[in-house]
Design a protein around this ligand. Structure first.
Ligand SMILES: [Zn+2]
Length: 124
């Protein structure tokens, strides 16, 4: 029974992390959970939890209009004015790039965020 309890706890944390991510990146709401995880290049439960924690801690703009200054995140937006996903590790960005390119048949490049520590994807 102990194991079941542990699994339930992990599942709950995972759901909370995904909720947080979708709140901060509203344009990702349309993705189902597994696709979202791949989209973010996050391969493990631990990385997902870490990603969500960092997002929350870094005062991401909660909406397009409210920005706070913080070195950890940036104000980079995509062409629709939505906050760009900031990948902390280049490896995550590479995984996400492969995933999105394969799925949507578009060419993407990875570039270093001009204002903070991390990586973005952009259409070629
Ligand atoms: Zn940026």
């Amino acid at each position: 029974m102990r194991e079941l309890k542990y699994l339930k706890k992990r599942l709950r944390h995972k759901e909370e992390a995904i909720k947080k991510i979708k709140r901060l990146y509203p344009h990702l709401k349309i993705l189902n959970d597994n696709i979202l995880i791949e989209y973010l290049g996050l391969e493990s439960y631990e990385r997902l939890i870490e990603f969500a924690k960092e997002l929350e801690a870094s005062d991401m703009p909660k909406s397009r209009d409210i920005y706070t200054s913080n070195k950890k995140v940036c104000r980079c937006c995509d062409s629709e004015g939505m906050p760009k996903v900031l990948y902390k590790y280049k490896m995550d960005a590479q995984r996400a790039k492969k995933f999105i390119s394969d799925r949507e048949n578009i060419k993407l490049k990875i570039y270093h965020c001009p204002t903070s520590e991390g990586w973005h994807l952009s259409r070629l």
